[in-house]
Design a protein around this ligand. Structure first.
Ligand code: FHN
Length: 459
């Protein structure tokens, strides 16, 4: 097979070593209207983390994708996402919810061993049911279920014991709250606010969020359910300011307002929308936006919440390559698990998490703390780590060249050394003024993604 040219590697270098390349440095958008040093300081751990666990857990795990004997096709969180179930029928689920097998320490360990750096768990989904003890309602795990204990605080402690950041998801839309109701036209996830009761509900939300900050001190508040027409961008900006006032170091996603769908909600510094990062869902943007923070949230199968007949599980290869693709574009990967009503993460999820962890133990440095490279490479991806005038390019080779050689144009950069992360073995680098060629072993060390660490300098 013809030698592969690493196309336009110059653009990568321009984005990360502007003094080294003639190409115009990639546009460095300001990702945030607040003073860069404040946002940069606050976002630093989140940008380094690159990989987190999403947990969708609640009463909807009990019916597990079936209602009145009918399996719900399509996305399995139908149970939690439809307002077609009469509230008094749905409320009966609380009596069934008794997660006696819940082991927060095991959940935190599974996330840690997968190479994840943070955990985002549903504190309240659209059904309004709270997994934490709240004074604002009896519709919570302490007052309404046989389990009778707060679920989030123990997980926050277990995450911190494993060195993970603990974060919470919170739905603005709340079908159970008396101030909200179905929209007349029955739209998907319908929700309206009753005449004159919006301020009441916002106060309720603020009280609950203050309780969450107090009881389990999340580092990120991950909002959702912001799409009903009655919730506006000014509402989101006010809520963002309220929360940052309570906890200045808090990070908040762009669904606190109307900036959803990830990149389109991201401004390049004009801060059109409230929120610190974009939230593309079940998708990976075609390119990153240099200088803008974003996180792709995705399921491991096709359901957010647990479904008894869970299927369409993605392969570990797909999950690892998603992580690499996202990191190569400067984003974070929030990968979801949906625990059962008994409190167990499904075996199929645990298996994939363990396999991802094996890859991360060898190659994690090519993900953590890396930044975007501005182009896509057909046979793999590239992530970048700067170190003054030097740095490393991590070449993620998905498609190992049959001729065992990779060639790249290196305008003004010196390829110092190259090694395989899998075993530290040095690779021969033949450099000329304009390009270098890597000689690779016949066999790819990792069929999913073999990573080459290329140290480069500018002098
Ligand atoms: O309706 C929810 C869905 O259940 C899930 O929580 C996702 C995760 O981002 N958010 C909403 C759909 O966009």
């Amino acid at each position: 097979m013809r030698r592969r040219m690493l196309p336009l590697l110059l653009a990568i270098l321009a984005a990360n070593f502007p003094q080294a390349a003639s190409a115009e440095p990639a546009e460095q958008a300001a990702g945030h209207a607040l003073p860069a040093d404040e946002a940069d300081t606050r976002m630093a751990w989140w940008r380094d983390a690159r990989f987190g666990m999403f947990i969708h857990w609640g009463l909807y795990a009990a019916p597990a994708g079936e209602w009145n004997g009918e399996k719900q096709a399509g996305i399995g969180e139908w149970i939690m996402n439809t307002a077609d179930i009469p509230v008094d029928e749905y409320e009966q689920l609380a009596a069934q919810f008794n997660p006696t097998k819940y082991d927060p320490a095991a959940w935190a360990k599974a996330a840690k061993q997968a190479g994840m750096k943070y955990v985002v768990i549903t504190s309240k989904h659209h059904d309004g049911f709270c997994l934490f003890d709240t004074k604002t309602t009896e519709w919570d795990v302490v007052d309404a279920t046989p389990y009778g204990r707060d679920l989030l605080r123990p997980l926050s402690e277990a995450c911190r014991a494993e060195g993970l950041k603990f974060c919470t998801y919170y739905s603005i839309m709340d079908w159970h709250h008396p101030a909200q109701g179905k929209s007349a036209d029955g739209r998907y996830n319908p929700s309206t606010i009753k005449e004159g009761r919006k301020a009441e509900y916002i106060k309720y939300m603020e009280q609950q969020l203050a309780e969450l900050l107090e009881s389990c001190d999340p580092e990120v508040l991950w909002f959702d359910g912001e799409w009903p027409d009655w919730w506006t961008e000014p509402d989101g900006k006010r809520l963002y300011s309220y929360l940052r006032g309570l906890k200045p170091s808090l990070i908040i996603n762009n669904r606190v307002g109307k900036g959803r769908k990830g990149m389109e909600g991201l401004s390049k510094g004009d801060q059109q929308y409230a929120g610190d990062f974009g939230t593309p869902e079940q998708q990976i943007p075609a390119t990153g936006l240099p200088g803008v923070d974003w996180e792709s949230c995705m399921t491991m199968n096709d359901t957010w919440g647990f479904r008894a007949d869970d299927h369409k599980w993605k392969s570990t290869e797909t999950l690892v390559r998603n992580l690499v693709d996202i990191a190569s574009k400067g984003g974070n990967y929030l990968l979801n698990v949906g625990p059962t009503a008994e409190g167990e993460i499904p075996a199929a999820s645990l298996e994939r998490l363990a396999q991802i962890g094996e890859w991360m133990r060898v190659n994690g440095e090519s993900i953590y703390g890396t930044s975007a490279s501005p182009i896509e490479i057909p046979w793999g991806r590239c992530t970048v780590k700067r170190d003054g005038d030097a740095g490393s390019l991590y070449l993620h080779v998905f498609d190992w060249p049959e001729d065992g050689r990779l060639t790249a144009p290196l305008g003004g950069l010196k390829a110092a050394t190259a090694e395989l992360l899998a075993n530290g073995s040095e690779l021969q680098v033949d450099a000329t003024e304009t390009q270098f060629t890597l000689t690779l072993p016949e066999q790819a060390p990792d069929p999913i993604d073999s990573v080459i660490k290329l140290k480069v300098t500018t002098e």
